[in-house]
Design a protein around this ligand. Sequence first.
Ligand SMILES: [Zn+2]
Length: 693
Amino acid sequence: MRLLKSVILVAIACLFVAFAARGASAQDKALPPLDHFNLDQLDRSVDPCTNFYQYTCKKWIAANPIPPDEAFWGPDGKLQLWNESVLREVLETASQNDSSRSPVMQKIGDYYASCMDDAGRNAKGIGAIQPELDRINAMQTKAEIAGELARLHQITFSLSGASDSGYRLALFGFSSSQDLDDATKVVAALDQGGLGLPDRDYYFKDDAKSAETRLQYTTYAEKLFGLMGEDAATAGAHAKVVMAMETALAKSSMDIVKRRDPANLDHKLTTQELNALTPSFSWDAYFKPLNPPATVHYLVATPDFFKGVNQLINDESLENWKTYLRWNLVNTSSPQLSDRFVEENFDFYGRKLYGQKELEPLWKRCVRGVDRDLGEALGQAYVERAFGPDAKARMLKLVNELTDSMAEDIQNLDWMSPDTKKQALVKLHGIEDKIGYPNHWRDYSSIAIVRGDHTGNAYRAGAFEFHRQLEKIGKPVDRGEWGMTPPTVNAYYDPQLNTINFPAGILQPPYFEKTMDDAVNLGEIGAVIGHEMTHGFDDEGRKFDATGNLRDWWTAQDGKEFEKRAQCIDDEYSGFEPVPGVKLNGKLTLGENTADNGGTRIAYMAFEKTLTPEQKAAKTGGLTPEQRFFIAYGQSWCGEWTPELIRMLAQTNPHSPNEFRVNGVVSNMPEFQQAFGCKKGQAMVRENACHVW
Ligand SMILES: [Zn+2]
């Protein structure tokens, strides 16, 4: 689903980088420790006005090095490890082959047991996908490409989500989507895809690092073709074919920054127009085995990309197409196959692209597999263990406080006209909040989970999800659906539903601490709530109205005033250089940075309102409540990424590295400078402070 939203049209805007934070190996069954708000963690030798991130996080980082099976580490990683350890206990019990298990426990237990059986997977080797490879090899004409793609899209639909960008679904993406201009309608949606590297630019950038990555990718492809039984010369030639075909697709792909403007993705095509776009590709042959419901039109995000697909079908031989399809199948499936495939896949994506030293232990990979494929079945057990009605009630109270503050913020803006303010308030009050878990759990009863058939289970779960998405076409929108599973340590705003969503997995320390006061909770989860709300009004979110339609509700002058203030944020973050030679892309990260700045300010406004005069005068550990608010915010963002990961995310991910999520925000805030007595000229006092929301 998260993949779906990033491949098909508009991305949901979330809090963390969009792939799993990875946890350290649990040596025993005891649950690992969680971080809490902790004043002992401050490095009081650092002046908070010089570097607030170092003041709040230097000691944490020194005490918490990135574990070898991680590419980044922070309190979110520790919480994810805690959540996954809870899930591991559930799955170990469920995987006992016991006839008294409920149907839900049977599904998740047998899936987990099959995944954990690495001896079984090693014994099968490439045999696990041989029937799929045989189908591809048996193709006689290029006309069969369409039908084979339909097959591949079904079985690898969920597995492709292992990638961070979603570009890995073979050739292109197909699913359902809310229509951009009428959010009540669900239509068939087509989007670009087909790449194994994280983004189109990886195929062309001419710096030494990019050339090295391309060489490593080609070597990786060569190794996988070798593991499929090809001799070295053939494997080498096939790896070059893959690289050439993906480079052609990358050339036709729309740039990641251009995709931030939903108007660039809004192309409605009739069946005739779709056929005319790709005369060499038969949509009839593709749709026939999938049998999707009738659609009022096709929403084709990137028509130029499909022209490129058509050209590629004409240009490349049948043999090359077979190579491309085999590659997509095996690359996507590798993490589920025998250890040799798993290790090669990790060596390229984990070690080389992410800078992770070691592969995660098997139990953790298997917990994540169940979360990906049967997430709402596993999520029920998590909610029972870790989430209660008291947490939900306190969250609702916080959300209401933040909504009031944001309303006040909008009303007091000196740059927005009364007309636009009125519309902004309608949108704000139209935001629906979802807390913890869905009201109705997804029914997985139609997926056959067979003990001992791990790859088959993953393929059948993928096909289930693919068809579940297609079945939505032509039906009313299901507003109750969630885009993240309950144990996920993340949160998101959905611009087409106008909802903010907080899975139970993030409503834990150090983001949400039941035993702590408002100063701490508003600095932690309050800033997260504010972040998600602000997404409704960032450079992308502001283009949608209260009902989720792509509609310009701004006066031209107000739009200009917004752009001017957003440009300040763009310029600020474009100046940050997280590793030498790698600068942040201010346009790519604009929405997240706007949400960080607006969210923290709104949370602070809500916090000030909760303070009684007695509380305001009281100090804890020598610190005022205002200081504790900012320390709570800073501590929730302590953490480190490997240099390799920073390099990759700086090119592909809309989130800024943690240090800038803290210093980039507080240096814009007079409230912070007042709380810590910072003076003009100090680093945490920006001369041209930015203020959008
Ligand atoms: Zn976000």
